[in-house]
Write a protein that binds this ligand. Sequence first.
Ligand code: HEM
Length: 558
Amino acid sequence: MDATFCAGLATLSAFTLRSVGAYDVNGWPSVSHLLALFTALYLPLKYYRIFFYPWYLSPLRHLPTPTNNFLFFGQAINFVRASSPVELYVKWMREWPDAPVIRYLTFGNTEVLVANSLESFRELLQTKCYEFCKPDRWHRIVGEIIGKGVINMEGDEHRAARRMLTGTFNVPNSRKLIPVFQAKAKEVSALFERAIAGGNDGDGTGVFTALDAFQSFTLDTFGVVNLGVELNHLRSITFDDDKIEGKKVKEKDGGWTFHKAYEIIFAPGPLGGMLMFANGFVPVRWLPIKENKDFADACAFLKATLKQLISERIQTVHTAIREGTYEKEKSRDLLTFICEEMVPGGPAEGLTEYHVLGHMLQFMAAGGDTSANTLSWSAYILSKHQHIQDKLRAEIQALYTNDPTPAYSSIDALPYLDAFIKEILRLYSPAATIHRQATKDLTIDGVLVTEGTVVDVVGAVTHLNPLIWGEDADMVRPERWFPENTTAKMQNLHAFQAFSNGPRICIGKVAAMIELKTLFVEIVLRYRFIKVETEPVFENPSLVLKPTRLRVRVRRVN
Ligand code: HEM
């Protein structure tokens, strides 16, 4: 923006100077003159923006602001050095517990705000939702990964997409997916059996790599639910030839799988992570390095595979409808459902293949990784807190003793299971940070936010706030969710942000809760998480709260 402005001004100045005879040039101003003028304008402007404006002129400068900045980089280097993507936000929330909004500086000393009060969350996500948009920087980071779909639509386009998709994700339709979740949960049990059989300690225990197992589970599940295809990641995990690391998903013919593509995208390692975030500020994806090539190949694989699937499905469904041979009740997956709705007169008439691709890319990415991280953190907590595991198992066993084939409504009604999942989502909210940008000057919780300012909305800021959750906010205590233990502040809609809130609340929330509960019932009933074999490390920088390296030992429950 600044560069374009200065280039325009430099050209105008060159012509003006020539017309008043300031220098003797015939014809067009020379490139060197233009460059000299551009530099003379651009450098002072940048100096002003980076070293003067944020400190002396910005209307936001009086907000609480951490001061341990790096010259030019602000807090960007501290974010990379932090032990998790949310560590700094939590530290600042504790330092300024009463501030509605906190300010920090990032790359180029750009000012960023952090929502810090329940009211600021309410206004950002609910009452002023459409006065904010997703930031340009965020689009540059995730655009390649998620194409164009509901997640990155704005205003009326977003409202229309939500209207079209909401029915698909409502409670009755989400409950139709239960048999798929149950079948895939059984495959996780089969995976644990293979881990035990492959265990070399001869004590009836086995070790699995949490993210490998649970990402495979969620991808396989959403392969069927979203696309109507079996991706078979779970079945291809073996334990026979890799005792140390836990076996990764075998890649078909050494080629690509969804699992491999998402691993490269969401857990790209330190350099890959830095490139992802740096790309939000300056384009770096063109640099000829391995991490960029892997990222581009992963995105290309996902897009090409989904594109082909979508084209074929649209053709199959529409041809069958035209010929009168289509049997609607057989369809279960989301893609087929959308194809049905795209016919003339249908609710999704006019939807293009390009947008279907965007929605599908987003459902796979948003649904797979978030749930897999939640499950991995749960396995970690259950291993570390055996008394919680015992209570959870006792509740599930009691249900199965009374009824060996309980309906999902009975599972859904289990209070400790419900509380446990909410507690994991509170402590380890997988969508670590979400971001908004003000489309005009406005206020949040009484604080002026100037047009273009980015605001970070971080679940951990409310989830770990002792003023809301009490002095033991950092501790795992599922019982805090029982009605008799909740306070008015905890019941505030915005105290719990794991699925966000307002018009952009997670569309897959109901499906995600059913998926998590169905799997827990299956595996906690049959297996005990005995101990953590390898402690997790937070992937950082990262868009999600990911426990890399976590390996857990399991054995059968007698
Ligand atoms: C534990 C599981 C999940 C968690 C914690 C989670 C969390 C979230 C959060 C925090 C947002 C708001 C993002 C933002 O506003 O920038 C969101 C949005 C979204 N989620 Fe989820 N999600 C989960 C599972 C799913 C599933 C299973 C699906 C679909 C298959 C899904 C699809 C979406 C979509 C499409 C949006 C965008 C909604 C919009 O902008 O209107 N999510 N999710």
